[in-house]
Design a protein around this ligand. Structure first.
Ligand code: ZN
Length: 242
């Protein structure tokens, strides 16, 4: 991989996964960085600073590990998961008012499967890979570069993303086999979890300072306004799927 080890490349893919997922949801990436090439271990040496997405930040948060797993060719890795606690702790906090520990785990697993369903598509993975390579060439990447690299990433529709995050359909990706009884139990937990997080979708994030941040990055006032509208169009009273 241009002289980088698989481990380092997978660390860059972790950050790229966050970036591509954020872009898919219409969030704007203000900066992305990965400096793991200089540090042994590769992972947990970067960040993606994107505009707040409310509950959709959960989708972006899990995308790091999901992308990293694809880059190392594994379905699950306790090591990768363990390294990514900086992603999962805010996620736990985000859902803490709604979900207990077991429900959170069921919801998280389902979300990871769904994010994998998006990121692992051949065309989408090419964006992840390209973004990762750019991060390895020079970090941090400023907003303009992040936007250029994600410009053609397909955008989710609000209703699609709600279907993903609010539908209890259980995907058959549970990793090791859990047996019929356990599986039914997990499905029940997931249904309950999805019902419990529903209220979180009514809370729009704040877009304060968003346009100014873009203009500081060289966007014109019109462009910044357009991006804000695009982003906030995710939130006008979501028609929650039943
Ligand atoms: Zn991460």
């Amino acid at each position: 991989m241009n002289g980088f080890s698989k481990e380092v490349f997978s660390g860059a893919c972790h950050e790229a996964g966050h970036a591509i997922a954020a872009c898919h949801l219409g969030l704007v990436i203000r900066e992305a960085s990965f400096t793991g090439a200089e540090v042994r271990g590769g992972a947990s040496c970067g960040y993606v600073d994107s505009t707040p997405g409310g509950v959709f930040d959960a989708y972006v948060a899990v995308a790091g590990c999901v992308a990293q797993l694809r880059a190392v060719g594994q379905k699950e890795s306790f090591f990768i998961f363990f390294q990514a606690q900086a992603d999962y702790n805010p996620l736990r906090e985000l859902f803490a008012p709604y979900l207990d520990k077991a429900h959170f785990e069921a919801y998280r697993r389902k979300l990871e499967d769904d994010v994998a369903g998006f990121l692992y598509q051949r065309g989408v993975w090419e964006y992840v890979s390209r973004f990762a390579k750019e991060l390895l060439l020079g970090s941090p990447l400023p907003c303009g570069d992040c936007m250029r690299l994600t410009d053609e990433v397909p955008r989710a529709k609000l209703v699609e993303i709600q279907q993903i995050m609010l539908s209890p359909t259980f995907h058959n990706h549970m990793g090791r086999r859990v047996g019929h009884a356990k599986r039914l139990e997990l499905e029940r937990m997931l249904r309950e979890a999805v019902e419990a997080v529903r209220p979180a979708f009514g809370k729009a994030p704040s877009f304060d300072g968003f346009e100014r941040a873009l203009m500081e990055e060289g966007y014109s006032e019109d462009e910044a306004e357009k991006l804000r509208l695009e982003l906030s169009s995710f939130w006008p009273q979501p028609d929650l799927p039943g």
